[in-house]
Design a binder for this molecule. Sequence first.
Ligand code: SME
Length: 159
Amino acid sequence: MERDTSTSILDQLAALLSDYDGTIQRRYCDLSNASALLAEYLKRINWVGFYLMQPDQKALVLGPFQGKVACTDITLERGVCGLAARSKQTVRVDDVHAFPGHIACDGASNSELVVPLLDRDGLVVGVLDVDSPDLARFTEKDQSFLEDAAKIISRALWT
Ligand code: SME
């Protein structure tokens, strides 16, 4: 993805989220449009969306997404999403079949990138998860773009 295009998408993303009014309804509305925007612009992906942290901080639950029906509950010990949430770090997996504990929601997925969403106190409020049918689909540039997107999303919706 070219820098100009990705900058314009991040600007569009910020604009989409600018109506947030503090309600759960609007957060779900904005996350839905964020997943649609990312799905439209990211090439060679089969799933993009959010898992949100449960109040007990022990598990993630499925949020708005684009893609096939997905698993609904992921405890923090499990999966690529669980690792990103408990380590507060992006996890980029070139081959999900070589990742111990990977949770296969869509059998077509071969690589995956998960970015944690942090609130202003540094608490994990969820993750942004992207899957691809290609091995090693995600580059450092993609990682940096999706980390920027995650920052925009968490700053806009968890203020
Ligand atoms: N593969 C993820 C589970 C979520 S799906 O990819 C949508 C994981 O291992 O955490």
